[in-house]
Design a protein around this ligand. Sequence first.
Ligand code: SF4
Ligand code: FES
Length: 569
Amino acid sequence: MSEMITINIDGQDVEVPKGINIIEAVKQVGKGKEVPHYCYHPKLSIAGNCRMCMVEMGMPMRDRATGEAVLDEDGTQKIAWIPKPTIGCATNAAPGMHIRTNSEMVEESRNGVTEFLLINHPLDCPICDQAGECRLQEFSAEHGRGYSRFIEDKNVKPKRTRLGPRVTLDDERCILCSRCVRFSKEVAGDDVLGFVDRGTYSTLTCYPGKELANNYSLNTVDICPVGALTSTDFRFKMRVWFLKRTHSICTESSVGANTEIWSREGKIYRITPRRNDAVNDTWMTDSGRDLFKPIESEDRLIDYTIEGVRKTSDEAADAAVELLKGGDVALVGSAHSSLEEQFFHKQIAERSGAKVSLVSHYGEGDGLLLSEDRSPNLRGALLTGLIGEPPKADLESLAREIDSGEVKTVFAVNEDLTEYGIRKEVLAKVKVIYVGTHANHTSEVAHIVLPSLSVFEKDGSFINQNFRLQRFKAAVPGPRGVRPDFTVLEKIAAPLGDEKPAPVTIDAVWERMASGIDQLDEALRWRSLPEEGVALDATAFAELDFVETKNLKYDPAALKEAQANPAEA
Ligand code: SF4
Ligand code: FES
């Protein structure tokens, strides 16, 4: 806990953490109070170059000789106001500090800064891709003069410059805030951007022979306060005010970066990061932003089928129950399934006596927001008891069991079994029930196919590398006729346990899960999960070794320590 101090903002005493800068301190006052700023970003170093965040600052006056407080006629301590405005981003709150954010001097400073910024900025807002989320446009309306005194010609700078494979730069819109330069150097570790030329001719560019091609390049687009940096993919596709935002979780790896899905009329247009200081700060990978594209692909599974013939979901579920009741079952679960689905998979495995396997999806980590485990919910599979330890990379032992006739039915979720050591000829020896979003060799030979919804089309939750439970919401509807997985899974799990299937909603699933999973608080419900997620007790998994190495918010040694001493953590 940081020490709290009292400062005075516009005549109101507020408690803020000691050392916090004035932009953040004013934010804490709430009620829409804000110090306008461009170059300051909470996750980057302070540059102090845009000068938009000017405030008036004063400290309680003391007599230099005696150190005594100098009092006003009314007995209150006099405030020594600094005669010139100061920048809020580089001023840290100190006890007794007084701040004015709306005095005449402050208004005049913002007005002047805005006028300077607009001197060379093109007035092409109606055709600019940043419209709707441009700080310059917003602050100009709020703090600008409303007319221009500039009669000279504007500087002409390069337009539509390719900075890298995914980022396009319109240099004339750049206000030289250096956020993108600092991000590349400080966060992405790829010092590729810089300014050339001086004064009014200063221009952002890549260093000679380099391009902005790292897997974090699109974060520069997110943080550019104006329309200078744009996503080559999203550019001119849709006005942002038409788009609906839905909170989601990136499924690219066990990091579980918090995201926002931007959609309109059932179509996703882009994915951007959502701030969570315990998970991804305000960043995400470029590769994670493309994950919505396959949901519209041609090979999407959209029909419930038995032996290739289209059926209703109930008919397909009934047929699956019959097969599973026959015994000799193996279940191949998935670390890409949601916690809710894994809960049902575990129930199906228990009730059908199935042996459970899972395959690992490991790759190289980048030490930042792409972890070695390329699945979002391996910890969920552990918590639900679907598996007892991190999985292997192949299904060779299952292949042997199928070959020897020990296994007669395979319930496979999301995985193409032929990629993990089960040859097609071997797979042909068993009846396969396949649950997944896309067609593959396994769905082709499956006796029963149960199409499922992608993460963008359903509600659910994942548990990330740090055992943080996080929820995601449906952003767009799934293909027509495809029902949420857990409603179909209930139709299979209930009859296997000689129960009548109940209508299931995510709330109903959570009522069951919260009482069935030790690490979940009984009172915990999906709908009331905080946006930043909930850190779960991971002590039960202290003996397990995971593949992830240190990355932005994951430290294997610290996790082990927390698991060993949960009370201190
Ligand atoms: S391109 Fe955008 S983020 Fe980069 S310096 Fe210019 S205004 Fe700032
Ligand atoms: S935000 Fe303070 S100088 Fe730019």
